[in-house]
Write a protein that binds this ligand. Structure first.
Ligand code: SF4
Length: 171
């Protein structure tokens, strides 16, 4: 045991170092999303995330938007618990048969103006799971999609860029 403790103190960690992040570019991107949301909606951007059947890889990147590094609530980007409070539905995963009705109902419950962002390769067309008996396809097979953010999974920066593209496209 002592040997293990000693080794853990002197050996380098097995994990790779975290990539260097461009904090200035990130802050600038987040500020642009905030400005665009206020210009378009007169308030900050409220997002309801819907997992329609993903492997949760996309969710991990979405969660990263709220961590101590990205901390995007400071720029006016916030996740809400109900579609009734949302401007944007951020949908991940292929749509499973089990989630089809829930996704449709969530869309119907979201007040206009509303936008749908399909995040990740699976949300576009089913991705890896396209041929599964359990899936009905991409998000567009169930509800109208305004913009797709590519990636498997998309990075937090790509997610922000996609939201900005949505707000500037629909302005
Ligand atoms: S796009 Fe990739 S990470 Fe996202 S749900 Fe599909 S397989 Fe998982």
């Amino acid at each position: 045991m002592q040997k293990l403790l000693l080794e853990s103190l002197i050996k380098a960690p097995f994990t790779e170092p975290a990539p260097q992040a461009d904090t200035v570019a990130l802050a600038e991107l987040a500020t642009r999303v905030d400005r665009a949301a206020r210009a378009r909606l007169g308030r900050s951007l409220s997002i309801r995330q819907v997992d329609a059947g993903s492997c949760n890889g996309c969710e991990l990147e979405i969660h990263a938007l709220g961590n101590a590094f990205y901390d995007l609530e400071r720029f006016g980007l916030r996740f809400v618990a109900s579609p009734r409070h949302a401007d944007v539905l951020l949908v991940t995963g292929p749509v499973t048969r089990n989630m089809r009705e829930a996704l449709q109902r969530t869309y119907d419950a979201t007040p206009g103006p509303k936008w749908v962002v399909a995040a990740g390769a699976c949300a576009r067309d089913g991705g890896l799971f396209a041929d599964s008996y359990a899936c009905v396809g991409g998000v567009g097979a169930v509800i109208p999609v305004d913009i797709h953010i590519p990636g498997c999974p998309p990075t937090p920066t790509a997610l922000l860029g996609g939201l900005l593209a949505l707000l500037t496209k629909s302005a």
